[in-house]
Design a binder for this molecule. Structure first.
Ligand code: NDP
Length: 444
């Protein structure tokens, strides 16, 4: 049995109840086959893949808090510190009822390669809780965040592990968590990123994932003989990534016509009104029905369906496994030329293969959405320097990073005879640096 198959078997046996984690490991190891086979003996002896697929540590804890009625509620908190070969653990905190250890492990594993691709010194980690901020008052969210950080603060630090936002964790939640960390530890340090501008946040961090996704898409099209201008774009999601992807797409002359949330989706043939979307989602924290009510050109549909709209480019920006095989077929039939993932693993494995086999350019999230964590690392640099850079400075660094990532994944794919396979390219380019660092640091 090949070394890759041996490790895949072992990971499946050990993590049988974690489908998302198995999906992520399977995708990465499958595309690393040529690299592993070229070094099989050495990597097997060093147990490199066993070490890469086993987190450094998994922390699970109780999060008790009191709701507005005086009732004590209990949630579960997680932090998975996956790999710190190239820098302190770095990765977001997801607050969503669907969170469990398997989801956090899949996200932490993906984060290792994504962070490596940025070219910056950050390792991979992820955390979160099954707490749902939706429908909670500010006081309840604060109570949860303070309790969550009371435990988490024992395991993180500016040079140890630096969490950030993710689904359900925005500026409000980061603020409450930062306040609690500072109070307990008595130090003012860059222990979280995505902070407010008045206390160490970076300009352009809010926009970074969505903007970075568009810089990647722009470069991808340019290098494949096309142009983003005037392209019709289908976007899913209506959160941080989706909103700023829509905004940058419009700045680049494209026309995003859809967005969605967990209850329904919008088709707006005139193009999404991003200011209205921000008002509905960022200010009122309301449903998309309010967008449709305020915008005569918009149609609201219950359920899922953004991928049925005819588009040139698709940008899934909501959550994992939201673009299925049937959606991929519809996109290809409708002439979609590129899918770039704003969310983490939004495309199922079979949908990804279908797109790749049907000449749709496909860039995986670990490359296409790396702008968020890259800018988080720029926030860490500014905190260490005790300086703040201008928006233009951060944005121009972000653009350079995304263009570099595109060329790195393209080159890595070509080196292994997989021209145009950006999934393989991203996994290979991300893996090479981490593997090199792990081998150099010995068995640890
Ligand atoms: P937000 O919480 O701001 O927005 C998430 C959006 O996706 C919301 O519109 C939400 O709808 C929708 N959504 C969430 N879960 C589901 C679901 N199960 N089914 C359908 N829709 C759903 O999160 P972000 O925009 O920050 O994150 C989106 C994705 O991008 C995630 O995969 C995240 O891991 C990834 N990502 C985020 C980065 C960042 O910097 N924020 C960086 C890199 C990746 P509703 O409002 O109804 O819940």
């Amino acid at each position: 049995m090949s070394y890759v198959d041996e490790v895949l078997e072992r990971v499946k046996t050990k993590n049988a109840s974690e489908p998302e984690f198995l999906q992520a490991v399977d995708e990465v190891l499958e595309s690393l086959r040529p690299v592993i086979e070229a070094n099989e003996e050495k990597y097997r002896k060093e147990a490199l893949l066993e070490r890469l697929t086993e987190p450094d540590r998994q922390i699970k804890f109780r999060v008790p808090w009191v709701d507005d009625k005086g009732q004590v509620q209990v949630n579960t908190g997680y932090r998975v510190q996956f790999n710190n070969a190239i820098g302190p653990y770095k990765g977001g905190l997801r607050l969503h009822p669907s969170v469990n250890i398997g989801i956090i492990k899949f996200l932490g594993f993906e984060q290792i390669f994504k962070n490596s691709l940025t070219g910056l010194p950050i390792g991979g980690g992820k955390g979160g809780s099954d707490f749902d901020p939706k429908g909670k008052s500010d006081r309840e969210v604060m109570a949860f965040c303070q309790s969550f950080m009371t435990e988490l603060c024992k395991y993180i630090g500016a040079d140890v592990d630096v969490p950030a936002g993710d689904i359900g964790t925005g500026a409000r939640e980061i603020g409450y968590m930062f306040g609690q960390y500072k109070k307990i530890k008595g130090t003012y340090e860059g222990v979280l990123t995505g902070k407010g501008l008045s206390y160490g946040g970076s300009l352009a961090r809010t926009e970074a994932t969505g903007y970075g996704l568009l810089y990647m898409t722009e470069e991808l099209l340019k290098c494949n003989g096309s142009d983003i201008k005037d392209k019709v774009i289908a976007v899913s999601g209506a959160g941080n990534v989706a909103i700023y992807a829509i905004q940058k797409a419009q700045q680049l002359g494209a026309k995003p016509v859809t967005c969605s949330d967990s209850t329904g989706w919008i088709y707006d043939p005139e193009g999404i009104d991003v200011e209205l979307l921000k008002e509905v989602k960022e200010v009122k924290r309301a449903r998309l029905t309010e967008y449709a009510a305020a915008r005569p050109s918009a149609q609201y549909h219950e359920g899922r369906g953004v991928w049925s709209v005819k588009c040139d480019i698709a940008l899934p920006c909501a959550t994992q496994n939201e673009l299925h095989l049937a959606d991929a077929k519809m996109l290809a039939t409708n002439g979609c030329m590129a899918v770039c993932e704003g969310a983490n693993m939004p495309t199922t494995e079979e949908a990804t293969k279908y797109l790749q086999n049907n000449n749709v350019l496909f860039v995986p999230g670990k490359a296409a959405n790396a702008g968020g964590v890259a800018t988080s690392a720029l926030e860490m640099s500014q905190n260490s320097e005790r300086l703040s850079w201008t928006f233009e400075e951060v944005d121009s660094k972000l653009k350079d990073i995304m263009v570099n990532i595109y060329h790195n994944i393209d080159d890595a794919a070509k080196r292994y005879g997989k021209d145009g396979d950006y999934v393989a390219g991203a996994n290979i380019a991300g893996f090479e640096k981490v593997a090199d660092a792990m081998l150099a640091q010995g068995v640890c």
